[in-house]
Design a protein around this ligand. Structure first.
Ligand code: S3P
Length: 200
């Protein structure tokens, strides 16, 4: 079994023990937080949202960090927060869309985690981010054009993730099941019998 991806499956109601943090990566609107929460619930482990942790550490919103200090300062903070989270107890971690693009953070994710790229097409991402204005990168122009450019720039990098799972118009539970299935492959264990599933 691949030790780095080892997931020890627990019995009945015992929490699942993750050997490493499972890091969800992908573009804004891919569903990292939504799928991450479901996955954590299904495996009975904790969920952490990196963006929320950054906001908590900074004491202000991501939009405010960008506005007051600029993107470079945000990336510095993101790098530090990701390093702390990755070196802490294993969790399901939803990374911000740019985290895996940063070479230092990507190395940390590779060393301390198992990365899962939630891959979505432009239509899906545009629809899921529409009407939401808390993401500074998408407020800098026409969101669909920005997402198209980011797909071009970032998809070759996200492709380095350990696992790739396609997500589109499917119900989040379907995507979550795909992630579990993919992790089962990597881990060589039966995650499908996780507590949420095995309960009578
Ligand atoms: C960013 C994605 C955002 C957030 C910040 C920058 C990016 O997170 O970290 O606005 O560079 O793609 P989500 O992907 O969770 O929206």
């Amino acid at each position: 079994m691949n030790e780095t991806a080892k997931i020890q499956q627990s019995q009945s109601t015992e929490p699942t023990t993750l050997a490493k943090t499972i890091v969800l990566v992908g573009l804004m609107g891919a569903g990292k937080s939504c799928i991450g929460r479901r996955l954590a619930q299904r495996l009975n482990v904790s969920f952490v949202d990196a963006d929320a942790e950054i906001e908590q550490a900074a004491g202000c919103s991501i939009a405010e960090i960008f506005e007051k200090y600029g993107e470079a300062a945000f990336r510095d903070g993101e790098r530090r927060v990701m390093a702390r989270l990755l070196q802490g107890p294993p969790t399901i971690l939803a990374a911000g869309g740019g985290a895996f693009i940063d070479p230092e953070t990507r190395t940390l994710i590779r060393d301390y985690g198992v990365s899962v790229w939630l891959r979505a097409d432009l239509d899906t991402l545009a629809a899921r981010t529409k009407g939401r204005n808390h993401r500074p990168l998408l407020n800098a122009g026409e969101p669909r054009d920005i997402l198209a450019k980011l797909i071009e720039e970032r998809y070759p990098v996200y492709a380095e993730a350990n696992i790739v799972v396609d997500t589109g118009a499917d119900n989040p539970n379907v995507t979550c099941a795909r992630v579990v299935e993919a992790l089962t492959h990597i881990a060589g264990t039966e995650i499908a019998s996780a507590p949420a599933e095995s309960a009578p």
